[in-house]
Every structure is written in structure tokens, then in C-alpha cells.
Design a protein around this ligand. Structure first.
Ligand SMILES: Cc1ncc(COP(=O)(O)O)c(C=O)c1O
Length: 352
């Protein structure tokens, strides 16, 4: 039997009361959103992108409309970019650890995958020397997440420019999955798409705003590439979900409200988690000031046994590091309801 993927595990596992693994902000309920208008239609949108939604995305990220392809979440955005631009035998440089569906898709496409190690020694940054030593004329794409899932670290635009400078002489694209970048809120750096034509960016409203079910995602890329992506998307989608597109426009119109909601959840949880890490130095961890995901390593023993005891004895779950190819670690998320998070951490202490 092949190894279970992260997504199939996540979808089929019954998560306990204190589920502290999720990467995004607590899903929104309709009754939390006083601004929603239900004066919407089922049918209406056809063509490449619902113009009011494309305009809203363009305005929010300051990207030209003809550089945007709307998609069904970041998942579909990544699927379209990777499947349409890569073919079997192509070589890519992929961060390690990485969000598992990206790795699984590349394997499925029979891509020759070389890894860029993001680890505690390099603060989960990209080692530019390693990049330089591994890139060559066969490298078609560099694939990174920013903020990084699982460690939550930020690649600054300065670093991304250095990466672009290294890759400039190769015919190589740089895919940045920015699904967590809005978590920087007021401090948010501009999308990497603005750094140059090599960059392709994928993202969505899902993680920062608790809107996973809306599936509002997009790709930023040069207009010629956008045409390729739209043509590829024609294989799977006749049109997008108009109800979702209309509601997504309303979300952009009220994005500040959603950002405030997210901050109210994240801020106390982050404080609580950082205090926990201070109290328990047996965890090695990078404490990003922006992230919802943290990826501690337990210095005292096997993290997987800690994780399974935590769940069996205390009804607390986190994401086992094996799903990020780093079984010494686990991923913990701070987007949940603060009382539940605090109680979960209290229980965590009992297992230590
Ligand atoms: C790095 C990364 N990309 C994409 C996704 C999927 O995002 P979406 O729900 O927008 O499809 C996730 C979800 O956890 C993720 O961590």
C-alpha cells in the first residue's frame, strides 16, 4: 500500500475536541458576517473570470486585471500552474518541508524533484548557496511557500529578489504560494508577482479570512501565461461557481472586518503559544511574528509518540511531522477559538 497522503489523512480523521493542527483562521459562520447580502443569483458568470471579482482582487493586491486568473482555491491554482507548465522528466527545485499536495502532484506528474532544504540551521529560510549549487539549465521551476507551511517563516522580498537574480540566466519560473501572506496584515509585503516576470503567484481568501468553503483563489502571472492557465482550466471548468464569486466580491468589500476578526483570534493564541515555548525549552521552534503555523521539534524524544499520546490521553491533536517529511517535528496552528486553544495547550503540558 502506498503511504497515506496528508490530505486524505486530514479528510478522513476524526479530529478531537482540542484540534490544534489547522493552518488557517477559524472558519467563518454566516451569522458572524453582518454585511452579507443574499440578493444574488445562481447563474450569470461566464467567460474568464467574473469581472467584479477580478477587479476586487486587482485592487486589493495592486496587480493588473489581465495578470489574474481566478481559480477554485489555491489548491486548484497550484494544480493549474504545475500541470500546465511542467511535463514528465522536467526538473524542479522544491522546498523541503513542503505542503504535501504540491509534492504529491509533482510525483504524479513524474517530475524530477530536487529539494531545497529549509531547516532549523537556516531558520527555515532558503539557502542561496544551496540554490546556486542545484539550479541548472534543466530547472524549470522553483517552488516555495510564503509564509512557509509548516514553519510560518517569511521570505522577504529582498530574499526573493536574490533568488530571482540567481535564476535570471536560466529559463526558470519561480512559483510562490502566498496563501498565508495576508497574515502579515498591515505589515504585509507586496505580492512577489511584482518582483518580475519570472514570478507566478498563487493564493486565495481561504486561510487568513476563515473562508475555506468559498474556494475563492487566483493566480498572478504574465498575461501570456494567464492565457495558458485559462486554456488548461477549460479542461475542468465550464464556468466558476457564480454564487461563490458574488459572495467573494462582498468579502473583498469587507476585507478589513475579516482581517480584524482574524487578528482577534490569532493574537491571544500566539501570546499563549509563545509563553508555552518559553516555559518548555525542550521545543526547538522558529517563532514567526506573522504565522498561524508553527513547527516545533521535540528535543526529548520521538515527536510522533508525543503526538499520539496527546490525542489518546488528552483529546488534543496537532499535525504529525511525517506529513511534512520531518517526523521529529509537529505542526501546531493558532487560528482557532482562543478558549479552546488555551485549554488545548494546558492539556499539552500534562503530557510533557
Ligand atoms: C501552502 C498551501 N497552499 C495551498 C493550500 C490550499 O489552499 P486552498 O484551501 O485555498 O485551496 C494550503 C492549505 O493548507 C496550503 O497550506
Amino acid at each position: 500500500m502506498t503511504q497515506q497522503t496528508y490530505i486524505s489523512w486530514y479528510k478522513t480523521t476524526k479530529h478531537p475536541t482540542y484540534a490544534l493542527g489547522a493552518s488557517g483562521v477559524q472558519p467563518c459562520q454566516v451569522n458572524e458576517l453582518p454585511f452579507i447580502s443574499w440578493d444574488i443569483e445562481i447563474n450569470g458568470s461566464f467567460g474568464y473570470g467574473y469581472p467584479p471579482l477580478t477587479q476586487a482582487i486587482a485592487e486589493h493586491y495592486q496587480v493588473p486585471e489581465n495578470c489574474i486568473v481566478t481559480t477554485t482555491g489555491t489548491s486548484m491554482a497550484n494544480f493549474i500552474v504545475l500541470s500546465s507548465l511542467l511535463k514528465a522528466g522536467d526538473e524542479v527545485l522544491l522546498e523541503h518541508p513542503v505542503y504535501d499536495p504540491i509534492l504529491q502532484l509533482l510525483k504524479h506528474l513524474n517530475i524530477n524533484i530536487k529539494r531545497l532544504s529549509r531547516n532549523f540551521a537556516n531558520q527555515f529560510q532558503v539557502d542561496l548557496n544551496e540554490l546556486e549549487s542545484k539550479i541548472n539549465h534543466k530547472t524549470k521551476m522553483i517552488i516555495l511557500t510564503n509564509l512557509h507551511n509548516p514553519s510560518g517563516t517569511l521570505l522577504t522580498n529582498e530574499t526573493l529578489k536574490q533568488i530571482a537574480a540567481i535564476t535570471a540566466k536560466y529559463n526558470c519560473k519561480i512559483l510562490i504560494d502566498e496563501v498565508y501572506l495576508d497574515l502579515m496584515f498591515e505589515e504585509k509585503q507586496a505580492t512577489a508577482y511584482k518582483l518580475g516576470e519570472q514570478f507566478i503567484v498563487t493564493s486565495s481568501l481561504t486561510k487568513t479570512y476563515g473562508l475555506g468553503g468559498l474556494r475563492c483563489g487566483w493566480i498572478f502571472a504574465m498575461p501570456t501565461l494567464c492565457k495558458t492557465f485559462n486554456a488548461f482550466n477549460d479542461f475542468s471548468e465550464n464556468c466558476q461557481v457564480y454564487l461563490g464569486e458574488q459572495i467573494s466580491v462582498q468579502m473583498f468589500q469587507n476585507i478589513q472586518f475579516l482581517a480584524e476578526r482574524a487578528k482577534q483570534l490569532i493574537t491571544p493564541n500566539r501570546k499563549c503559544l509563545f509563553e508555552f515555548f518559553k516555559e518548555y525549552p525542550e521545543f526547538e521552534v522558529i517563532t514567526s511574528p506573522y504565522a498561524t503555523t508553527y513547527f516545533p521539534r521535540w528535543r526529548k524524544g520521538k515527536a510522533d509518540s508525543l503526538v499520539s499520546r496527546l490525542e489518546k490521553e488528552y483529546q488534543v491533536s496537532v499535525i504529525p511531522g511525517k506529513f511534512f517529511e520531518m517526523p521529529d517535528c509537529f505542526r501546531i496552528g493558532i487560528g482557532g477559538e482562543p478558549n479552546t486553544f488555551a485549554e488545548g495547550l494546558k492539556r499539552f503540558k500534562l503530557v510533557l
